[in-house]
Structure formats: C-alpha cells, structure tokens
Design a protein around this ligand. Structure first.
Ligand code: SF4
Length: 361
C-alpha cells in the first residue's frame, strides 16, 4: 500500500494524524517545522522526535517533493523548470530576476520572483495563452503548489526568491481549497515563512471566488488579468468574461482592496492593434479611477500558433507614458525569458502536444 505524502497537509491535519497514531498533537507542529522551516525530509534526522515516533512515521508516511524534468535559463536570467507530477501531468515554475540587474537565483541575491502554477493546464481558455490550449488536466494538490517553492529553496537556498506570484499555469481561484491550504503553509511562521504581502494571487476574474478569498483573510495581494478595459473587448479574448461581467468583477476587486487594505495590481498585456489605442487608455483609466492600484503593462510574448502579435517597442513605450499621465502607478514590463518560452505554459504545452501526438502514433 502506498504511503501518504506529508507535503501539503495543513498543520492541523498533521496534528490530527499524529493523534491518530496515539501521539501528542504538538508532535504534528514539530513535524510541520521540520518539513517547511528546516526542510528536513528524512524522518531519521528529525532529532527532537523519539526513535519510536520516527519509526512510526516512516512506517505510515513518506515525504516526497517535485523532480524537475527540464530546466532552461534565459539570457536575461529568467529560469524555467518543467516538472512531471506523479501521474505524468506537466507543470511549470519560472523564476524571474529583478529587472535592475542580473539576479539569477544561483547568484543568491534573494530579489527574485517565483511564478508558480496552481493547476496542470487550465479550463479558462484565454485565447492568447499557451496553457489555455491544453484544457484542464487537473488541479494541483497543496503539496504540489508549495512543492515548487520548496524545490527552489532546496536548489538555491533560502534566498532563492523573495516574492511569489501565482501566475503560472492554471486559474488559482478554480482550485480554491488547495490554494488556500498552500497559502497558509507559505505564510506560516514555522512553514515557509513568506510574508503574505509578498504573495500575489493572480486571477482571470472569478468574481464569487474573489469575495470568498476576502473572507479567508489570508492577506495576500490580488492581481487581476484585465487585458481589456471594456466588457465588449474583454470577452473577445477571455471567454470567462462572458460569465463574470466586468462591472460586477470590478465591484468584487474594489471590495477586496478595501477589506485587505492592499493595492490591487492589474495585468494588461498589450496586443498589437487590439488594446493599444488612445481610447483603450481612456477606458482603462476610467475603470480604475479612485482605486489604489498599479497597472502592469506587459508586452505580449508571442506564442507560436496563436494569432496575437506583440506591438512595436515604440508603441509599448508610448502606451505606458500616456497611461502614466492618467494613472499614477504604471510599470511597463518587457516579457522576460523570451528565448526560453517563459510565457505561461509555453514549455508544458509544447511537451503536452508532443506526448499527445506520440500517443496517437
Ligand atoms: S491566462 Fe491564466 S486563466 Fe487564462 S488560460 Fe492562461 S493560465 Fe488559464
């Protein structure tokens, strides 16, 4: 019989499991600390647990992390890992260095952003996204979500990253319970001990779940993948916008900003000839008026086989400058890791397609 993997179990569940073994609950807390704070994965080396308890643990449980199948490093320092889960499903994790200088994780500067996945594939199907072409393969467990961060710390040490964005493959709010459990492990002082303010949850706009996220009071920052500032335009590129209309969505976003007391980030990918006009700037600035927010304007990272194009550098800079006249906090970001297919899901989608074709032959 296969043993239960402890990675990803909430602290309270570890305590209950220990109680079920006839042990004191506080041993669950000790175990939690060994797993995430110390990152010790060998029961034998958990020295403040008795020999008898260590034997019981290794008889009943295992501690199993993620293993990378592929690793690419871009000329700009962005790193991408492709993982195969136990059932062979692919996911990706990207580490993006700070833009000021080359801050590769291996350089240990600690100012990197870890972009993690919450699902393998994605059901939302945004028309510009490589992950969207795969459909949903499955939700990640909480262990597979935090496992991406543990892998990076195991590889590069505690300063492997300083910020976390849930902006990789998948829609985090459609894997709600596992994502919340993962966030609790990330932010626990004896867990991965990451400040909630350093974690961004990025959503395509699942309105009821934004409200639910506010109720959970996990204190993470919210980012909305907006990409178009009117209902009509947004539903052209994001089918989910037909279900969750922009006016209600913006109400939920404003409520989240009020209750969390944190500014909201809007991600706005610029597509050539679609959302890059003066009218788009007017619409966008009107939409966010009065809201404490930041707008990230991101140049589209072209995905082979999809129709969207990246605007010229001049157009991108013009858009950022003009928008900045109307909205205080605007950043213009070039896509990172273009030479290693670092756009959301690109590498995994290509491998997935290759596997699918070879399975058909
Ligand atoms: S952009 Fe995000 S929500 Fe949209 S299909 Fe891609 S992974 Fe899913």
């Amino acid at each position: 019989m296969s043993k239960l993997n402890l990675i990803g179990l909430p602290k309270s569940e570890l305590e209950t499991r220990l109680q079920d073994l006839g042990e004191k609950r506080f041993h669950g807390r000790q175990l939690f600390k060994w797993l995430y704070s110390v990152r010790q994965y060998d029961f034998e080396l958990m020295t403040d647990l008795s020999k008898e308890l260590r034997d019981k643990l290794s008889d009943s449980f295992e501690i199993s992390g993620l293993k990378a199948e592929d690793h690419k490093i871009s000329v700009d320092g962005t790193e991408k890992f492709l993982f195969r889960l136990d059932d062979d499903k692919p996911i990706e994790t990207v580490v993006i260095p700070s833009e000021e200088e080359d801050r590769r994780p291996s350089a240990g500067s600690g100012r990197n952003t870890a972009c993690i996945s919450s699902q393998s594939g994605c059901a939302v199907g945004c028309f510009f996204c490589a992950t969207g072409t795969m459909g949903l393969l499955r939700d990640l467990t909480a262990g597979e979500i935090v496992g991406q961060l543990m892998f990076l710390r195991d590889k590069y040490g505690p300063s492997a990253f300083s910020n976390v964005v849930m902006m990789g493959m998948g829609e985090p709010l459609l894997n709600f319970e596992n994502v919340i459990n993962a966030i609790r492990i990330m932010t626990d002082e004896i867990g991965l001990n990451i400040s909630p303010k350093k974690i961004v949850l990025s959503t395509s706009g699942i309105t009821p779940k934004i409200k639910k996220l506010a109720e959970e009071k996990v204190g993470v920052r919210l980012a909305l993948s907006l990409h178009a500032a009117t209902q009509e335009k947004r539903q052209v590129i994001m089918p989910i916008a037909k279900t969750f209309k922009l006016d209600n969505l913006m109400k939920a976003v404003r409520q989240y900003a009020d209750s969390s007391k944190l500014p909201v980030t809007f991600e706005y990918i610029l597509f050539d000839g679609f959302n890059d006009t003066r009218q788009d700037i007017e619409d966008l600035s009107r939409l966010v008026r009065g809201l404490r927010c930041k707008i990230n304007v991101i140049a589209y990272n072209r995905v082979p086989g999809l129709d969207f194009k990246r605007p010229s550098d001049d157009k991108i800079n013009w858009f950022g400058r003009e928008l900045n006249q109307k909205v205080k906090a605007v950043t213009v970001r070039q896509s990172r890791g273009r030479d290693i297919e670092a756009a959301c899901g690109q590498l995994a989608a290509r491998k997935f397609e290759k596997d699918r074709v070879s399975a058909q032959i």
